[in-house]
Design a protein around this ligand. Sequence first.
Ligand SMILES: [Fe+2]
Length: 425
Amino acid sequence: MALKDRYGNPVSTGSAKAVAAYDRGVEMFLSDRWGAGAVFEEALAADPGFAMALTGLARAQATDAPLARQTLARAEALSDRLDARERAHIGILKLVLNGRAAEARDAVKVHARAYPRDVMIVQLCGSVFGLIGFSGRAGREAEMLDYVASLLPHYGDEWFIHTLHAISLCETGQLDRSLAVMERALAQNPLNANAAHFKSHALYELGETRAGRQFLDGWLSGFDPRCALHGHLSWHSALWALFDGDIATMWRVLDDSVAPGGSQGLPINKLTDTASLLWRAELAGVPVPPDHWRVLSDYAARFFPDPGQSFVDLHNALCHAMAGQGDRLARLAENPGGFAGDLVPPVAAAFGAIARGDWDSALGALVPALAQQERFGGSRAQRDLLELTYVAALMRTGRADEAARTLRLRRPVIAAQLAGPVTPG
Ligand SMILES: [Fe+2]
């Protein structure tokens, strides 16, 4: 009888030792714990022909795309001895690693119906940076909740699905349910960085700054800085410090754990989180030395020279504008492409106008992007960058009443927070 992984999927190996190591690697990968790659290697040491361990290793190597593609090719070479699920699993990862995101998203949905407990594939559509999150489609937050809800009957009381469910609930405004589900997920797997992350989102959306800081700073103290989420969780922590008026801590966390040179995380997080925090600090009246924008614009130009990832392009537009890098900004304003590429030129125009002090023009330019900001992907907390820029533009153009009303209408939790130590504009 074929061996099965922890989630009940048959796996093509005869080595129980290899499966045990694979299961540990999957748990570590899905929890964003350091060392998953080495554990998948352990599985391969027990059975070098274990294709699913190769797919896990390829996922752990995703920051080095050529290496990940090589590893996946080793798995694909074993196809003759694999079952239909394993072959489809490899096919989807091949689409992802070759940048064919829309095809991968459709394939994941088909796969999840046939093999709802193939967690490493299911997970690809289950986050705000995932294949649905970065689809650029209107309604994608509801689409993700619908996707996760369709999986619930196939799982019991398990931290993996609770984690996906909780962030889907959070981003569609079901905050109390989200927090309750996430507390359960964390109790079952306290080392799960995704659960700590999504709990932080629920607390952010509830306006629980004090409780959020207490929880997250405590959790982060035991978290390996080499893990992918460390930098982004530090952004959450620094943002709460800003909300609290604890500006010295905000700068310390930014420099040590969020910004390029401090964070050991992924370029997309270093760039977008640093740009976001610098801008939200400026909007809150905290002086940001211009050099910060110049350094970040150079980083963006080095790591993301070609427009096309719309969430990144949104933040690139901000840093190029604030750094006075008109040529770089112009490239984004022309024809950026990407899943929400039509929204990037208005944002680039808005930030360009703000950099010139022309807040009136910025206000007009922001409207189409703000109307569809969900399509940029990422979380509501991240896209508050746009909401707050719009409110600041209203205030700078003498529309204080409209600014206050807009904030209460669109982001009441932020309106309540801004009654605290720092105010926008
Ligand atoms: Fe986040």
